[in-house]
Design a protein around this ligand. Structure first.
Ligand SMILES: NC(=O)c1ccc[n+]([C@@H]2O[C@H](COP(=O)([O-])OP(=O)(O)OC[C@H]3O[C@@H](n4cnc5c(N)ncnc54)[C@H](OP(=O)(O)O)[C@@H]3O)[C@@H](O)[C@H]2O)c1
Length: 254
């Protein structure tokens, strides 16, 4: 029996959108587990605030990058390899949602924007990470999906389509990269208390409605999501690939 540990000493993790919410919680946990961490985000002020909160010193690098911009993504991974010389873990954590009308009433530009900030960005980052991980003959890619990938929720249609695409991207990458000892998996949370979903949980009636659909009777906190990602980052998940761990307090079973 192998000695299973979540210790990530010597590992390098890239967390996209690591300046707030789930990504920030993950970056903090990776640092606590001994990894060196690269975070990215669009806004410098959010990255500066995260740097202050994380206190990662020389083990933390932050890069301003929009994940749907190919040049930004190339720079992000170049900066990671230049500073740390390797990339062992990529968490495609960035997600973006805008409330949308029915598909029939949505302008194509809005559709494209939501697909790009979720699916295309995840593809661009996975592509660069996979190139480096193939050379290293090891790596872990973890995509943050959502239970919206399996429900046609009014106003969240395009986001759900993008997340469903991310789950298929997870399977395709898992199949293509297995020969290189690279595991690709996803984590799909229900509503999590972050800025992303604040319009929902900060409204008491909407929050109560959301909680009533969750058997555990509450929405998730970022720290509810972190352990699943940590497991998929660790050696304990070395024989698991192409899977989605649903972290939803039971919401999708009822
Ligand atoms: N919160 C929920 O209820 C919930 C539920 C299910 C799934 N999820 C998924 O969980 C993931 C994390 O969500 P969260 O709630 O932690 O979000 P959040 O609080 O809104 O944080 C998003 C992070 O991503 C960065 N970001 C946003 N767009 C970006 C882009 N195009 N390029 C680079 N960085 C970008 C943000 O920084 P800047 O603004 O400075 O760019 C921030 O660091 C997402 O994939 C989301 O879809 C969330």
């Amino acid at each position: 029996m192998q000695n299973i540990s979540y210790n990530l000493e010597g590992k390098v993790a890239v967390v996209t959108g690591g300046s707030r919410g789930i990504g920030l919680a993950l970056a903090g946990e990776y640092l606590r587990q001994g990894a060196r961490v690269v975070i990215c985000g669009r806004k410098q002020q959010n990255l500066e605030a995260a740097k202050e909160a994380l206190q990662g010193g020389d083990n933390l690098l932050f890069i301003q990058a929009h994940i749907a911009n190919e040049t930004d993504v190339d720079n992000l991974f170049q900066a990671c390899l230049s500073k740390f010389g390797q990339i062992d873990i990529l968490v495609n954590n960035v997600g973006m949602n805008l409330l949308t009308p029915t598909l029939a009433d949505t302008e194509p530009a809005l559709f494209q924007k939501i697909i790009d900030s979720n699916l295309t960005g995840t593809y661009l980052c996975s592509r660069k990470a996979a190139q480096a991980m193939r050379e290293q003959k090891q790596g872990k890619i973890i995509n943050i999906s959502s239970i919206a990938a399996r429900r046609a929720a009014p106003g969240m249609g395009i986001y759900g389509i993008a997340k469903a695409g991310i789950e298929m991207l997870t399977k395709v990458l898992a199949a293509e990269l297995a020969a290189y000892n690279i595991q690709v998996n996803a984590v799909a949370p229900c509503m999590v208390r972050t800025d992303f979903s604040k319009p929902f949980w900060s409204d008491p009636e909407r929050c109560r409605q959301a909680e009533s659909r969750i058997p555990f009777g509450r929405i998730a906190e970022p720290d509810d999501v972190v352990p699943a990602v940590l497991f998929l980052s660790s050696a304990g998940s070395n024989f698991i690939t192409g899977q989605v761990i649903i972290v939803d307090g039971g919401a999708t079973i009822v």
